[in-house]
Each structure stands twice: as structure tokens, then as C-alpha cells.
Design a binder for this molecule. Structure first.
Ligand code: ADP
Ligand code: TRP
Length: 323
């Protein structure tokens, strides 16, 4: 049995790129009977960049609602908000004292972000230590992450090993599970879809707003009558990610033979999103307007997570001389 754990920073409403690139693959992994999945909303990590309580609340709700809308099974797996098991912050402090300063100072992600951001706070600096605590608090052995997080996993292993060697062997040393699939969902402007580029598609928008976003996909000025190259067109690329083989082939032929405008392709994409995601859209809207349901789902996992965290911390405190 592998204990798989992953965190999702709640700094936006999940977009189509997040859903296809992260949510759906993680849910697939969690369905394997050999796995036990811990999935949590990294709302404490979100504070590094967001200082707006209303958006902390909104994004946390939206992330939770997205995972439930796409069928994450909260009975089989663990589902919780990081902030509701605040023991993780106590563990972070202990781990901070086992973390060499240069290791954090040399982290790629810190160096990159501290060059770009105006708010370079200590949370950004110690972010990998909180991440290490997230993982080792629950004895996770596998952590699915994107390539950008490999270094953070290495740090987790180093910090846990330092504690195990210096104090007591209390922590499982986790391994990264690197997702080799290179699915990069393009945004409405053709670059990688990202919250930071403002080119994302929020599939949960009301129909009218969603249509506006999809119709706004950037295309070239080839006239309607002319044949078009599907493989260089953003609307086609997005359609292809969602459509069946037959649907894709039909659209490809339409592009090649001409007399088929980009407007037609975008309308087809819009309709496909509505059709394919009608169930998740319904569940998401329902959960967002009934937060008590969300609260109920989360509190089950949070009670279980709290119990595990307290047990682990009791051992850590004792080992460190605090109990
Ligand atoms: P953003 O770039 O919008 O800030 P994040 O960096 O928070 O997104 O990514 C959260 C998760 O979603 C990560 O696992 C990441 O790999 C995945 N993801 C984000 N954007 C895309 C994309 N355009 N295509 C595929 N996966 C993506
Ligand atoms: N740092 C991760 C990201 O930005 C989110 C995260 C926080 C995480 N804690 C974690 C991922 C623990 C895996 C395990 O994507």
C-alpha cells in the first residue's frame, strides 16, 4: 500500500490547465486500490502571495469544490485543509531548526521568485520547510509533483534524514513521483495556460461568460473560405484535448477543406466544454452556493488528519525534550 500525498496551493480557481494537468490524473491515481491518497488544500502556502482574506476563502472553497466535482472519493481517501491541522506549523518550526540556511537560500524556486516578486517575505523563503512538514507529518511515501517541485522533495528528504539521524528515526523518507506526461494545456493566447498569464479558461463560469472567454481565443486572420492549418490553431489544440478521436478528425477535415471559420471551431469547443463538463459544472455550482456541504466533506478528513498529526507530534515533542 502506497501512501500518496499531494497539496494544491489555493491561489486561484482551478482552470482547465490545472484540471487536465493535475486534478484528473491525481483522481485516477487515487482510484487504484493499492493506493491511499492524501489530498490537501495548501491554504497556508496561499498566504505567501495572497493577503486578501476574501480570496483565501473563495479560492479554498473553489479548489475543494473542483476536486469533489471531478469525483475525488473522500470516503476512501483523505481530504483536508492544511490550515485546519495547525499542528503542521508546529512541526515546521522544529524542522526549521534542522534546515541549513544555505539550502533554502539556494533553492531555484526561491531565487526565481525573489527576483520577480515585490513581496519577498519569509514565508516564501521557508515555504519548502512547511512543505516538508506537510509530507512527513503523515508518513507519506510517494509525492506526485511537477518537475518544478523536485528540489523541494529533495529538501524534504534531507530535512527528514537530518532529524532522523540527529534525534530519532521518526520520519518516513518520501519519494517524488514525477509525472512524465508532458501535457501542457495551451491558454487562450497559445502560451501555457496559467493564472499568471491571464489566458486561462475557467470551465465553471456561467454559460454567457464562458462563451465570451472561448470566443476570445486568439486565432490568425485567415479568411473563412480559406483552408486552415489545424495544428497551429489554439482553438483546435484545445478542442483536441477534450474531444473524441472522431470529433477531432471531423474538425481537422473541416479546417483542411476551408469554408469553416475559427468562429465555428470556437463555438464547437464551447459546446463541447458544456457537454463534457455538465456534471462537474453542476456539482461545482451547487457546492459553491452551499458551503456547509463542503464544510461537511472537509471536516471528516480534517478530524482524521488531526488525530494522526497529534500522534506524530506527541512522538516528536517527546524526542525533542518538550514532553
Ligand atoms: P498556474 O500556472 O495557473 O499558477 P499552478 O502552477 O498553480 O498553475 O499549477 C497547479 C497544477 O496544475 C500543477 O500540477 C501544474 O502542473 C498543473 N498545471 C498548471 N497549468 C497547466 C497547464 N497549462 N497544462 C497542464 N498542467 C498545468
Ligand atoms: N508546493 C506545491 C506546489 O506549489 C504545493 C504543496 C504544498 C505540496 N505542500 C505540498 C505538494 C506537499 C506536495 C506535497 O505545487
Amino acid at each position: 500500500m502506497a501512501r500518496i500525498l499531494t497539496g494544491i496551493t489555493s491561489n486561484n480557481i482551478p482552470h482547465l490547465g490545472n484540471i487536465l494537468g493535475a486534478v484528473i490524473p491525481a483522481i485516477e491515481l487515487s482510484k487504484d486500490p493499492k493506493n491511499e491518497s492524501f489530498l490537501f488544500i495548501a491554504d497556508l502556502h496561499a498566504l505567501i502571495s495572497s493577503k486578501n482574506p476574501a480570496s483565501i476563502i473563495e479560492n479554498t472553497k473553489a479548489v475543494a469544490a473542483t476536486w469533489l466535482a471531478f469525483g475525488f472519493d473522500t470516503k476512501k481517501n483523505m481530504f483536508y485543509r492544511q490550515s485546519r491541522v495547525a499542528e503542521v506549523t508546529e512541526l515546521t518550526w522544529y524542522l526549521n531548526c534542522f534546515t541549513p540556511y544555505p539550502m533554502l537560500a539556494n533553492a531555484h524556486s526561491f531565487k526565481d521568485k525573489s527576483d520577480r516578486l515585490s513581496d519577498v517575505n519569509s514565508g516564501l523563503f521557508t515555504y519548502p520547510v512547511l512543505m516538508a512538514a506537510d509530507i512527513i507529518l503523515y508518513d507519506a511515501n510517494k509525492v506526485p509533483v511537477g518537475k518544478d517541485q523536485i528540489q523541494h522533495l529533495e529538501m524534504t528528504r534531507d530535512i527528514a534524514t537530518a532529524f532522523n539521524n540527529k534525534i530519532a528515526p521518526l520520519f518516513v523518507i518520501p519519494e517524488a513521483m514525477i509525472d512524465e506526461r508532458v501535457m501542457i494545456v495551451p491558454g487562450t493566447d497559445g502560451q501555457k495556460m496559467s493564472k499568471s498569464y491571464g489566458n486561462f479558461i475557467n470551465i465553471f463560469l456561467p454559460e454567457k461568460d464562458l462563451k465570451k472567454v472561448v470566443m476570445g481565443i486568439l486565432t490568425d486572420s485567415t479568411p473563412l473560405e480559406a483552408p486552415k492549418n489545424p495544428d497551429t490553431c489554439n482553438a483546435f489544440k484545445l478542442y483536441q484535448l477534450l474531444a473524441s478521436k472522431e470529433q477531432t478528425e471531423t474538425m481537422r477535415q473541416n479546417y483542411l477543406k476551408g469554408g469553416y471559420g475559427y468562429g465555428h471551431a470556437k463555438t464547437a469547443l464551447f459546446e463541447l466544454i458544456l457537454d463534457k463538463y455538465s456534471e462537474p459544472r453542476k456539482i461545482f455550482t451547487e457546492l459553491m452556493s452551499h458551503p456547509t456541504k463542503l464544510e461537511e466533506e472537509l471536516s471528516i478528513g480534517e478530524a482524521k488528519a488531526k488525530k494522526m498529526a497529534l500522534e506524530k507530534l506527541a512522538a516528536v515533542r517527546k524526542a525533542l525534550g518538550y514532553a
